[in-house]
Design a protein around this ligand. Structure first.
Ligand code: TXA
Ligand code: MG
Length: 307
């Protein structure tokens, strides 16, 4: 793996894209300071260019060179990094990360992934690596290297294979302004854990004036088949994706109703059920607490009909 990581770092230096594992999902990485390389991410994914990207760092020291770390951000970083928490912070005036990665905003999303391959790659490269999930736009996020090859075929980027991702849903994204802390995306770190540390934060479902992330396209997480949520049972032709005890589920996110297990299985199972032999995917109800918020959010996006 050491040699593979060295090769990946060289490819990044050369402006090329590299797919790598994180604890959440696989990322499609580029040199964050190279505009052309960043642009090629959008191209490769077929993603609308207004959606800003996350810069991955190997720790707070690297982060400090690019963004302004507020006292609350420092506290969050000390407690939750490396881990599935992305902080949206003000860019420093001297920030050399491509503005394209910020989609023109004066903020930058930054996180330190809890995966030794990702961390070694960033350290070896020596600069932040911007990376969205390594799927094609509108497809399910990859949680194994195979998902990337399934999506891209022989167009697949050079990929560091670190086995299946532990968390299985993307990071929680938190806007971290001096006077305003708001959830922009539910994800792998439960909001309850964040609130235990820093007190209540603004949540989009509780506050209609809450800020929202640019480019959270409704169909972003959609598989090819229609998805029906909160299903008690499958209609004819549908595959039932279970949660909790079920005799008729084709696959089960977690028989023992463990939300962490369900999150880790979510994308992989959706990939498996997204098969033309079914007419749709029916998903049993998932409780709206802890990681259940992120899972339901993903499912809702997946259930949004594309035209
Ligand atoms: O777990 C993850 O976060 C994965 C792995 C690869 O790290 N990455 C990922 O990236 O999910 P992506 O590009 O699929 O999602 C980035 C999210 C989007 O919802 C985007 O709108 C938000 O972060 N975001 C990025 N920069 C932002 C900014 N400056 N302001 C507000 N939202 C931002
Ligand atoms: Mg994504």
């Amino acid at each position: 793996m050491k040699e593979q990581i060295k090769k990946a770092a060289l490819l990044l230096k050369d402006g090329q894209l590299v797919a790598f594992p994180t604890e959440t999902v696989y990322g499609l990485g580029a040199d964050a300071t190279n505009d052309t390389a960043v642009a090629s991410i959008y191209e490769k994914k077929g993603r609308p260019s207004f959606n800003p990207l996350i810069a991955h760092v190997d720790g707070i020291e690297m982060a400090k060179q690019y963004v302004q770390i507020t006292p609350v951000a420092k506290k969050l970083i000390e407690n939750f990094w490396p881990g599935p928490l992305t902080l949206v912070l003000k860019r420093k005036k001297t920030c050399k990360v491509s503005l394209l990665a910020s989609a023109g905003l004066d903020t930058l999303a930054i996180r330190c992934p809890n995966n030794h391959i990702a961390l070694e790659l960033i350290s070896e490269f020596g600069k932040p690596v911007v990376a969205p999930s390594a799927n094609k736009s509108g497809r399910i996020s990859p949680t194994t290297a195979k998902h990337i090859f399934d999506d891209y075929g022989n167009e697949a980027p050079f990929t560091l294979d670190g086995g299946p991702c532990q968390v299985g849903v993307e990071s929680t994204v938190l806007l971290c302004e001096e006077d305003k802390i708001a959830v922009l995306r539910y994800g792998g770190l439960a909001i309850e854990e964040i609130e235990n540390l820093i007190g209540p934060v603004i949540r989009p479902e509780k506050d209609e004036n809450a800020p929202h992330s640019p480019g959270q396209l409704k169909s972003h997480y959609a598989p090819s088949l229609p998805v029906r949520i909160n299903a008690i049972e499958a209609f004819e032709g549908e595959a039932l994706l279970g949660f909790g005890k079920s005799d008729s589920a084709v696959l089960n996110l977690s028989e023992k109703e463990d939300l962490t297990e369900a999150a880790a299985n979510l994308f992989a199972m959706m990939h498996m059920l997204d098969n033309p032999k079914y007419t749709g995917i029916a998903v049993m109800p998932i409780p709206m607490q802890g990681l259940g918020l992120a899972i339901n959010d993903r499912l809702k996006r997946a259930s949004y009909k594309k035209d």
